[in-house]
Each structure stands twice: as C-alpha cells, then as structure tokens.
Design a protein around this ligand. Structure first.
Ligand code: LLP
Length: 437
C-alpha cells in the first residue's frame, strides 16, 4: 500500500513506523521531524552484505555511502552490520572517527580533497584514498612522504557510461568533474605515474556511474569496462590491480510507478560478468567493493510535518503549506524529485483532490511535492512525506535561518533521538558582532 516497507496503519488508524504511532512521535518531538526505521536500515545492510558474501564468496565488501545519511548513530549501525564506509569530506571522516568506526574499512572520495583532509585520512590510517586527479596524487604522495608513510590509494575512473538516459549510452563522457578518463589515456597515465612514486601504493580502481538507476545493464557494462582497464594495466604496466570498486547508484521506490530491481539481482548479475571477464582477460578476480547509499536508507525514512495554511486558488492550484520545506528537503527544488505522502493522522482517507505541498521558505520554488492526490487536508493535519531517509537530513540547510529538525530513530515501538533539534541558539552560534561595529 505504501512505497516503503517501513510503514503500516495501526489499530488507531494512524500511520506507524518501527512500531511507533506517528501522531505520538509528533506529540513527543514536535514537527518537522525526520524519523528513521532502524530495523529496515539493518535489513538493507544485511541484504547487501549477504548477497556480496554469497556471490563473491567473501572476496568483496559493501560500503555505506555516508553522504546519503551521515550521523554518528548511522556509522555505528553500519559498523555493527559489518559494512565499510565511503566518506567524501573531512566532516564525514570526522563523524566516523568520533563514532569509533574502524578506519581500516573507510574509503575517502572527492574531486578536490584539501591537504588537511588528506592529512587526517593518512593520520587515521584509513583503508583507501580514492585519488581523483594528478594534482591530488602528488599531494597525497607528498603528505605521506612527510609522515614517512605509504598511502594506499585507488583511482576514480570515468568509464564513459551515462546511465541516466532511459536507453543508457556509453558516450565517452569526458565532461565530468570526477576522475580520469579512459579514452584519452589519462587513466593509464595516472597509474603509470603512481607506480613511480615512493609513498603511494596502488591498490584499486573505482567508478560510479550515477544514482537512482533502475537498469542492470549499465552496471554490467561498467564492470566490463573497468576489468578491461585492469587487464590493460597488467599488460602495459605489469601491475595487477587487486581491487575493483563499482560505486553505488541503485534506485529506490519514491513513488508507486518506480520499479527498482532487487539488490540481490544486481549483485548476482554483476558478479557473473566479473567472473566471466576475468576468465576471458586472464586476470585474477579482484576484490570487489560496492557503495550503496540511497538504497540503504531512503525507504527507511519519513519526514513528519504539521499542515498550516491551505490556499485554494480556484481553477489554478491548491497549495498546502507545511512547517518545513526546502531547508529540510531540497530535492524537489534541486532536481524536481518525486515523493509520495500520506496523512499520518488518517492514512487511509480517500485521496480525492489534487494538491501541491509547499514549504515555508521565502522562495516560490520551495515545494516538496507538485500535484499529488490527497484527501482533503486541514490545518493541523500531520503530513508524512515518504522515503526521505537519503539525501534529506544530509542536504539540509539553515536557509531562512530555520533550525534543522531532529532525527528520531525508531525500533520495536521505541523511539530515540539520534540528532537533536536545532534551536535559535544554534542559528546564531557562529555569528559575531565585531566590537567596532
Ligand atoms: N559512491 C560514490 C563515489 C558516489 O558519488 C555516490 C553518490 C555513491 C557512492 C552513492 O550513490 P547512491 O547509492 O546513493 O545512489 N544528492 C543526490 C544524490 C547524489 C549522489 C552523489 N554520489 C540526490 O539527492 O539524489
């Protein structure tokens, strides 16, 4: 009935998540709130881990792409479920460090890591720095050299696959800020240069072909292209690359029309391609890494809002405004992303009118959902926007000086705060009025 398995309607005819009645959560924590179902997050972690273990026979690792939902509690869950972590900034790395995450399972991505970030990564003995470009390669080598260390690196490669068009294409997509290209020889070049450096050790190659992808074929093609490159490196440079990181990108169901493939299917089919190409190219099967972010947390989350003004512009549009918006979920404003929603206080009411859900920010583009069928909504209703567990909290802002909502984690009828609500004090905490002003 709902786009997410996390939800049901309880005996009080209210929306329930993780055994908690959403109207009770609102009474306790107010609105807006992000609610995350811990059980479903753990289930998704296990699905990935079990499939990886099965199809790669232990010769693989699942990383949680923490950019989707980076909090200390989430790092702890990923750790407990045996996952590694993908971080893309000093802040994400620091979060993992403070959560006590094992650094030998952390991969550091990004197209412009600062010297300070690289230093923190090397000092923390993380498992892999995923080097993006030649300038960064030199920087990593220099910093490692000063510390008398050898940094374990891999390279971000552009496999030239655009998975976002409906019929995905292998275009030779050089025009991306991420990584080094295959077709102009840049990728081979950077590996050659790295081999000549004292303080880096080349362990792997990495690619990431996009996000919210529903097809299998682009992932299979990416694996093939990357293995061909590993074979080319072996042949031309005599180096056997031991690790292949295939990134994340698996799609999830935001609206009923979305039809994602089971993760197990992705992993099974890609593992077959990997095994086949390795035999064909006569290369040792590399250790395979995957980095799902969205598909681990998105469906586990909902955001609860209180409805305020309802504005019916006759023959034009009916706007339902809530007490949050683009500051807690900028994805419609940025990408025109689609979401589904229900009324948490009467989730089974007949959906009989078309409305647009608007936020409270001072900006016309501040919408959450454009044109959705809903029951007649009144001020005071509790609106649940579904599948907001990925790239909502992590992309939230204080635009219009709106304090960020808290994150509440629910499991077996118990709710705990994992991120507290910001208040006005947080809003001004870094402000300074200079004495001479
Ligand atoms: N690995 C790398 C190197 C990535 O760049 C990403 C996402 C992932 C893994 C995880 O991809 P996922 O499994 O979550 O699709 N803010 C956008 C999504 C940006 C994704 C960036 N990279 C959104 O809200 O849709």
């Amino acid at each position: 009935m709902f786009v997410s398995d996390a939800l049901k309607i309880n005996d009080r005819r209210h929306l329930e998540i993780g055994g908690c009645d959403c109207t009770d959560l609102v009474k306790e924590y107010g609105t807006p709130i992000y609610v995350m179902d811990e059980g479903l997050i753990r289930k998704n972690c296990r699905l990935y881990k079990n499939s990886m273990d099965r199809y790669y026979k232990g010769n693989g690792l699942v990383l949680f792409a923490s950019k989707a939902f980076c909090t200390m509690a989430m790092c702890r869950i990923a750790q407990q479920e045996g996952l590694g972590l993908d971080v893309v900034s000093g802040g994400e790395l620091y979060t993992a460090l403070k959560a006590g995450f094992p650094m030998d399972k952390v991969y550091f991505h990004g197209n412009n890591k600062t010297a300070e970030e690289i230093e923190l990564a090397i000092d923390s003995n993380i498992r892999r720095i995923v080097v993006d470009n030649k300038w960064e390669l030199q920087l990593v080598n220099d910093i490692a050299s000063k510390k008398g260390k050898k940094a374990k690196i891999s390279f971000r490669i552009k496999p030239g696959i655009d998975a976002h068009t409906h019929d995905f294409v292998q275009t030779g997509q050089i025009d991306s800020k991420f990584g080094v290209a295959l077709e102009n020889g840049e990728a081979l070049d950077i590996v050659r240069e790295a081999i000549s450096l004292e303080n880096v050790k080349v362990e792997g190659v990495h690619c990431h072909i996009g996000s919210q992808i529903f097809d299998l074929a682009p992932f299979e093609l990416a694996a093939t292209v990357m293995l061909n490159f590993i074979a080319e490196v072996k042949e031309k440079l005599g180096l056997e690359i031991e690790e292949l990181n295939l990134g994340g990108g698996f799609g999830i169901k935001y609206v009923p029309e979305h039809d994602p493939i089971e993760y197990d299917k992705y992993i099974e089919s890609v593992s077959k391609v990997v095994a086949g190409v390795c035999i064909e190219k006569k290369i040792k099967q590399p250790f395979v890494v995957m980095e799902p972010g969205r598909s681990i947390v998105a469906s586990s989350g909902i955001t609860l809002y209180t409805v305020g003004a309802v504005k019916d512009i006759k023959n034009v549009r009916k706007y339902v405004s809530v007490d949050g918006g683009m500051a807690d979920n900028p994805r419609y404003a940025l990408y025109q992303s689609q979401y589904d929603a229900v009324l948490a206080n009467r989730p089974d009411a007949l959906k009989n009118e078309m409305v647009t859900i608007a936020g409270k920010c001072c900006e016309s583009g501040d919408l959450l959902i454009k044109d959705i069928m809903m029951p007649e909504i009144k001020p005071g209703d509790i609106l649940a926007v579904l599948a907001t567990g990925a790239y909502n909290y992590s992309m939230s802002s204080n635009y219009n000086r709106i304090p960020r909502p808290p994150v509440v984690m629910v499991r077996d009828g118990k709710a705990r705060l994992i991120v507290r609500r910001e208040d006005f004090h947080d809003i001004i905490r870094n402000d300074i009025i200079p004495e001479d002003l």
